[in-house]
Design a protein around this ligand. Structure first.
Ligand SMILES: [Mg+2]
Length: 234
């Protein structure tokens, strides 16, 4: 059966993807990594409970930002700890063990392969430290699926309309030929739409309840296969 697609989506040649909570359940892994770290720290002698230490750590992460490197040192300083280095080392080890075992949403690899076979150009549009973003893609085993990876530094402007317009120029496409997929309205949807791109919002992770207008919204990335045309069938 032939599915009808709105003519605007039929013009899409390239698809951009955010990474965190779009290609893999980043919030779930962060939560799990912190949980495992605290468990190891309490085991190594941090004199408090799992529950309370998690609460304090979450406050520290919130106030310092997730890219700050010494969350566990600050946590240990809040308690009268006789062997602080041992406790920090236990936490860092458990945290990285969990973070190094990240995996994509179960449907991600199949989706990317199918979209490539349909002839779409696939790219990552991400914000953060380039090395960290590449590290995630490689650990996820997803880097070979993408033709291009664009990372904008958070220290500069981040994901602005100018960042998305620059991507369109790099791909030699008009913004209306590009679809941006992501979970964060302020970074993935609003600025990409302002640059003239189509936007697909993923209702996953911590931004799922925010209000924002996108071209369409999905609860799972795999639904993209129903929405986007398959040019091979024409
Ligand atoms: Mg995201």
């Amino acid at each position: 059966m032939k599915t009808k697609h709105p003519p605007s989506l039929a013009s899409i040649k390239a698809i951009l993807f955010d990474i965190d909570d779009t290609l893999f359940p980043s919030s779930e892994f962060s939560h799990l990594a912190r949980h495992n770290a605290i468990r190891a720290m309490v085991q190594a002698g941090l004199p408090t409970t799992q529950h309370y230490a998690e609460k304090v750590l979450n406050q520290i992460v919130e106030s310092r930002g997730s890219n700050y490197g010494n969350h566990f040192d600050l946590l240990v300083r809040r308690f009268p700890c006789p062997t602080p280095s041992r406790v920090v080392a236990a936490g860092v080890g458990a945290y990285h063990n969990t973070k190094s075992s990240i995996s994509p949403y179960p449907q991600t690899a199949h989706l990317l392969l199918e979209l490539r076979e349909r002839g779409f150009i696939l790219a990552v549009a991400s914000e953060g430290v380039a090395l960290k973003q590449w590290d995630k893609l490689i650990r996820l085993g997803l880097d070979p699926f993408f033709h291009h990876v664009f990372v904008t530094s958070t220290n500069k402007e981040g994901k602005t309309p100018a960042f998305y317009r620059q991507i369109a120029r790099s791909l030699h496409l008009h913004p209306s030929q590009i679809l941006m997929m992501g979970d964060n309205p302020a970074k993935d949807i609003v600025p990409a739409a302002a640059a003239g791109m189509h936007t697909g919002r993923l209702l996953l992770g911590k931004h799922a309840r925010e209000r924002a207008k996108a071209s369409f919204a999905l609860r799972s990335l795999s639904s993209l296969l129903w929405i986007l045309p398959d040019h091979r069938k024409n």
